[in-house]
Design a protein around this ligand. Structure first.
Ligand SMILES: Nc1ncnc2c1ncn2[C@@H]1O[C@H](COP(=O)(O)OP(=O)(O)O)[C@@H](O)[C@H]1O
Ligand SMILES: N[C@@H](CC(=O)OP(=O)(O)O)C(=O)O
Length: 479
């Protein structure tokens, strides 16, 4: 790309919206724009909805995709079926968004070519590793990267076909490292790919996955396309970084609480965005938020399907009026370690954390008292069993239990004057819902309620009604 421009924006489209990318052609991409007005926008796209789940593993349920099937295959070929399924679903995804038979044919060929390449690569690797000198385990990360890159490359390719057909000078920019030899950093990968592109007259459609020496997967794992997006925005000095979502960033999931009950977040800050990421809401990947914040690029989250609405601006500003901004929930496990001898002895917590870190378990929150330490963790039960075994080995007398629970959190800026904890508990009790626990830290940015999994959704609705809808009415009445 020619010298640093301040005119352009970098815009990300997530998987859910990508599955409807045809609806965005005449609005977000083209709309009323003509000629030069179309450009100075760099798009970073995720794989079509559900494709990465099939390539790797399901983000929520953990159900095996190609990667997981290959990793557990012990030389058998069960993963081939998983790859066949990816092929069918990729084709289904682009058939749903492309109109022209010529484009569909090219996209079909693209899918077949890439999947055949990936399949052969995995077969060769499996054969090589049957010799014993080569360990499959040493290549798992590269395999994960090879597989995930397929999803974004496919989506970016199909989108550029769609736009070219509509007369846009769109260009497919593949950062996935396909058949590429170079060992480049993320910055070099991005700069190399953009160096001969003029965004003032071309619209780059960039893959959300970028193959690089740091290993996007190793550092960030799922949600990586926001990392590519934010790095690209920072590196090119974008005027604004924009994430397009299926809905406005709302006070709760509109699909759950109701489209009329939720309200759009007009503005919020990075502190709130970090809490949301921690709760799996992915308003933005925390590492991506950091990059944008540090480089001074403003972040906007919009509804992709309402391109005239400015959406939510995320910056470093404090709140104008304190309020609960979002109610969201997450299924977790409560890993409880109880030992009478713990009282007054140091080191238990550090040991548990050590073990959790070794097993790569994400800690969402924790509570402790004299003889019990409970970590609320985002993990599969399988991994948690290994964690329990390791802790038990260290502390043979400890009673260790893992219980499935949900955490429902109310997040907002400056919550300290709002009595969120007590009002939330009362609202739950009034609705006949029991909280197993509740916590509020000294920094007034979130309050967490622990409930049984079966009541997570009713608890979200109840807390949203009490803490967002009622407060909004009160503010309106007072005005
Ligand atoms: N507070 C919220 N605001 C908006 N959407 C939410 C919220 N909480 C959950 N969601 C859900 O997130 C889903 C996916 O969001 P989106 O960011 O568009 O997808 P992707 O992660 O694929 O980019 C939406 O369909 C919506 O049901
Ligand atoms: N498709 C990848 C990368 C990503 O960030 O997706 P999305 O933007 O749809 O959350 C994943 O599911 O992890």
């Amino acid at each position: 790309m020619a010298d640093t421009q301040k005119h352009h924006t970098v815009e990300k489209i997530g998987g859910t919206s990508m599955s409807r990318v045809n609806e965005l052609r005449d609005t977000l991409f083209i709309g009323g724009r003509q000629d030069a007005g179309l450009y100075n926008r760099i798009f970073v796209v995720s794989a079509f909805g559900g494709i990465t789940n099939l390539l790797l593993e399901h983000k929520k349920s953990g159900e095996a995709g190609v990667y997981a099937a290959f990793a557990n295959s012990d030389g058998d070929h069960g993963w081939h079926k998983a790859l066949d399924r990816v092929e069918r679903e990729m084709i289904r995804a682009h058939v749903a968004v492309l109109d022209h038979p010529g484009d569909i044919e090219r996209a079909d060929a693209f899918v077949r070519d890439r999947l055949l390449g990936a399949r052969n690569c995995l077969i060769d690797l499996q054969r090589l590793c049957s010799y014993g000198h080569f360990r499959l385990s040493e290549h798992m990360l590269q395999i994960r990267e090879l597989l995930s890159g397929l999803g974004e490359a496919h989506a970016a390719f199909a989108t550029s076909l769609m736009l070219q057909r509509a007369g846009v000078n769109a260009r497919f920019v593949d950062l996935s490292g396909w058949r590429d030899e170079g060992d480049v950093t993320l910055d070099q990968r991005i700069e190399g790919a953009l160096k001969d592109i003029d965004p003032a007259s071309e619209m780059p459609i960039v893959t959300g996955f970028a193959q690089c020496a740091e290993g996007l997967m190793r550092e960030f794992d799922r949600g990586y396309s926001e990392v590519t997006f934010s790095r690209l925005a920072a590196l090119t000095g974008a005027r604004e970084a924009i994430i397009h979502k299926e809905f406005h960033l709302s006070s709760a999931d509109p699909n759950l609480v109701g489209h009329d009950a939720v309200r759009k977040l007009g503005r919020t800050n990075y502190d709130v965005a970090d809490q949301l990421s921690n709760l799996g809401m992915e308003a933005i990947h925390p590492k991506a938020a950091k990059t944008l914040r540090q480089s001074g690029v403003p972040l906007r989250v919009t509804n992709a399907f309402e391109p005239d609405d400015p959406g939510t601006l995320i910056d470093d500003q404090p709140a104008e009026t304190p309020a609960v901004e979002i109610v969201t929930g997450l299924d977790l496990f409560a890993l409880e370690v109880f030992e009478q001898d713990m009282v007054g002895v140091k080191g238990y917590d550090a040991t548990i954390i050590d073990i959790l870190t070794r097993h790569n378990v994400r800690i969402v929150s924790k509570v402790s008292n004299a003889n019990t330490i409970t970590h609320y963790v985002d993990s599969s039960l399988k991994v948690l069993r290994r964690v329990e075994k390791d802790i038990q080995q260290k502390y043979p007398a400890a009673l260790i239990t893992s219980r499935s629970i949900s955490m429902v959190a109310a997040v907002g800026r400056d919550l300290d004057t709002l009595a969120v904890l007590s009002r939330g508990l009362n609202a739950l009790a009034d609705a006949g819902l029991e909280a197993i626990g509740a916590t509020q830290g000294p920094r007034p940015v979130d309050v967490q309620f622990i409930v049984e999994r079966e009541i997570m959704n009713p608890a979200i609705k109840t807390l949203h009604r009490a803490l967002v809808e009622t407060d909004a009415q009160a503010v309106k009445a007072a005005a």
